[in-house]
Write a protein that binds this ligand. Structure first.
Ligand SMILES: Cc1ncc(COP(=O)(O)O)c(C=O)c1O
Length: 395
């Protein structure tokens, strides 16, 4: 997810505007800012790009998830269904809300399986937090229909899937709120940053106040602003937003490059006996940040990741053995290492709440999965060389 690969004068100019004005705060200082409103500009352009009524920036993707949960009314004692293949930020933010993460299995989309979600819903379930992992979509139509039917809020974490779509509609726009990350390795980057989108005016009002200590942002005197509810500081700075303005304007070109680079490798591997590919509910809508493929067995996948690295094919992740994105190796979570008590323990969920449930179906998928990141900077010879090496390892 390589926004940083294409930094240029555009990013420099946007940042220079902010440095020249001296106004690093996204709100206020109207006179001093020489007409530059970088956060506001990025919000307007992001909302338009994604076809969402509102977009609100915040300081990270993690902050975006926290804000979406708060704005959708998730609070003390609520259960939130989430996948075991995600980034741990989702689980952390559910816990910080005083809520309880409930894991449900993924399927070969590498995202939540709607049947597993249906089975996990209880009368305490407030929300389903679906994560569109590694650039592509969950079975989002089935999940949205299920949440509607069961009266549960759907929140999308599209931190890794900016620019992805399902049947022409942007990922992040199917639920009540959608979350994005613009951290240092995402499709577009601000260094650190994130965004929440929604079509719901009331949810938006909560988001924009929640990320700034509950300020209602009415009028031009910050000290006189009202506080409709409590919040915190999840604000983005103008410097970070400025980088994002330039990056978002390059998104279509990035997607085009990612898609053609991915197609070249995927087409070249198609037909190899031992390789099959991630299930994509809408292949056209894949943002193509990763090529995710399956080997027939766990042993073969583990070995393939090692052999690819040894052959010089970089960026091939075997998440099953990696501490980063999969529940299996989150020992700090499973052993409930926390500086203070967490809600599930206090609510009587038992000592094993973080490692509860049967995730053998997720293990069976993740054990066989290798994900290779797609770079923008590969030229024709780099692509051909990579493909040949991959064929010799995987063939
Ligand atoms: C799926 C997912 N959600 C949330 C986040 C958190 O984003 P950030 O690093 O901007 O806090 C990430 C970051 O890797 C992610 O991959």
């Amino acid at each position: 997810m390589p926004g940083f690969e294409i930094f240029g004068d555009e990013e420099r100019r946007e940042v220079q505007d902010v440095l020249d004005s001296g106004v690093l705060m996204r709100y206020g200082f109207d006179g001093a800012r020489n007409g530059h409103w970088k956060a506001l500009t990025l919000e307007q352009e992001l909302a338009e790009r994604l076809g969402s009524r509102h977009a609100h920036l915040c300081s990270s993707g993690t902050a975006a998830v926290a804000t979406a949960l708060a704005a959708c009314g998730v609070g003390a004692g609520d259960e939130v269904i989430v996948a075991p293949f995600t980034f741990v930020a989702d689980i952390e933010m559910i816990l910080m809300a005083g809520a309880v993460p409930v894991f449900a299995d993924i399927d070969e989309t590498l995202c939540l399986n709607p049947d597993a979600v249906a089975a996990a819903i209880t009368d305490k379930t407030k929300a389903v937090l679906v994560v569109h992992m590694c650039g592509a979509m969950a079975r989002i139509d089935a999940l949205a229909a299920l949440c509607d039917e069961r009266g549960v809020v759907l929140i999308e974490d599209a931190a890794q899937a900016l620019g992805g779509q399902y049947k022409g509609k942007a990922l992040g726009t199917f639920g009540k709120a959608g979350c994005f990350s613009f951290d240092y390795v995402k499709t577009i980057t601000c260094g650190e940053g994130g965004a929440i989108i929604t079509d719901d005016d009331a949810v938006y009002e909560v988001m924009q106040a929640y990320t700034d200590h509950g300020h209602d942002h009415v009028g031009s005197d910050r000290g006189a602003e009202g506080h409709p509810h409590i919040g915190t500081n999840h604000r983005i700075s103008e410097l970070h937003a400025a980088v994002g303005v330039a990056q978002l304007r390059k998104l279509d070109r990035m997607l085009e490059l990612q898609r053609s680079n991915k197609a070249f490798i995927k087409n070249g591997l198609t037909g190899l006996n031992r390789v099959s590919f991630r299930d994509l509910p809408d292949p056209e809508g894949d943002s193509a940040t990763f090529l995710s493929f399956f080997m027939p067995t766990e042993e073969e996948a583990r070995q393939a990741a090692k052999d690819l690295a040894a052959a010089g094919v970089d960026g091939c992740f075997y998440w099953y053995d990696n501490n980063w994105h999969y529940h299996r190796r989150w020992d700090h979570l499973k052993n409930i290492k926390s500086p203070g008590a967490l809600a599930p323990g206090k609510l009587g969920y038992g000592e094993d709440w973080a490692d509860r449930g049967d995730l053998t179906k997720s293990d069976a998928v993740m054990g066989r999965t290798v994900c290779m990141l797609i770079k923008l900077s590969w030229d024709e010879s780099a692509l051909s060389e990579r493909l040949e090496k991959m064929k010799s390892v995987l063939g």
